[in-house]
Design a protein around this ligand. Structure first.
Ligand SMILES: Cc1cc2nc3c(=O)[nH]c(=O)nc-3n(C[C@H](O)[C@H](O)[C@H](O)COP(=O)(O)O)c2cc1C
Length: 203
């Protein structure tokens, strides 16, 4: 099983990427699970435009990116809270995918990141408006990495032990559920019911 970790910060060295590394290590330590990471801070994508439909030169990375996404069975989507919103790079990412494969009918665990006590706005925004045409299936559970500078650090002396342990325990639980959903939703994708030609833009 392969899980894609999508890091939604624009910053090249973001706290979201740090959380992504932590979650990726937890997943990789699980039997039969591998991970692939797309960090939108390190690998920025162009803003959506019509040339996407005619394979314009600025979209030359799409076939490779599509095949990486196609190979994933589920996703962790990490979104820092910026001005109470999901960063534009991540919203742009969701605009790019609408075919069978990629994100469609695959489970995703949303993980918000906040330097303080925020994070709830981005969870709401992701659940409300980031799945219709790409058909990503948000898990009912979620993670919020609050006080992020005090958790998930490689140098564990920088962690607040209690905060980190709480996040680690929740992560293990949520990631195990993600893996179970990833296994279960394979049968939905294999059912022959999915018809994106007739219902191109959802119902
Ligand atoms: C432009 C900008 C806006 C931000 N707005 C919020 C916010 O509304 N709520 C919040 O909890 N944190 C906010 N933060 C702080 C982030 O939670 C913090 O930078 C955290 O490290 C996650 O961002 P990162 O993954 O880009 O490092 C903001 C940060 C930036 C750069």
């Amino acid at each position: 099983m392969r899980i894609g970790v999508i890091v939604g910060s624009h910053r090249t060295e973001s706290e979201s990427a740090k959380v992504g590394r932590f979650l990726s290590e937890v997943l990789s330590a699980t039997d039969g699970v591998s991970t692939w990471t797309l960090d939108l801070g390190k690998t920025p994508l162009p803003l959506w435009d019509e040339a996407l439909w005619s394979n314009g030169p600025q979209w030359s990375m799409m076939p490779e990116l599509k095949s990486e996404l196609d190979a994933c069975d589920g996703f962790v989507v990490i979104a820092p809270e910026w001005h109470g919103m999901v960063p534009a790079a991540l919203k742009n990412f969701f605009l790019l995918w609408a075919a069978t494969g990629e994100l469609s009918h695959k489970p995703a665990l949303p993980c918000a990141v906040s330097a303080g006590e925020g994070g709830a706005y981005v969870i709401s925004e992701l659940r409300m408006s980031s799945y219709k045409n790409n058909r990503l299936c948000w898990l009912p559970e979620q993670l919020i990495a609050r006080q992020v500078k005090s958790i998930c650090n490689d140098d564990t002396s920088q962690n607040d032990a209690a905060l980190h342990d709480t996040f680690a325990t929740r992560s293990r639980y949520a990631l195990d559920l993600l893996l179970a959903y990833a296994k279960a939703l394979t049968s939905v994708r294999d059912s022959g019911l999915i018809d994106h030609d007739t219902f191109m833009n959802g119902m």
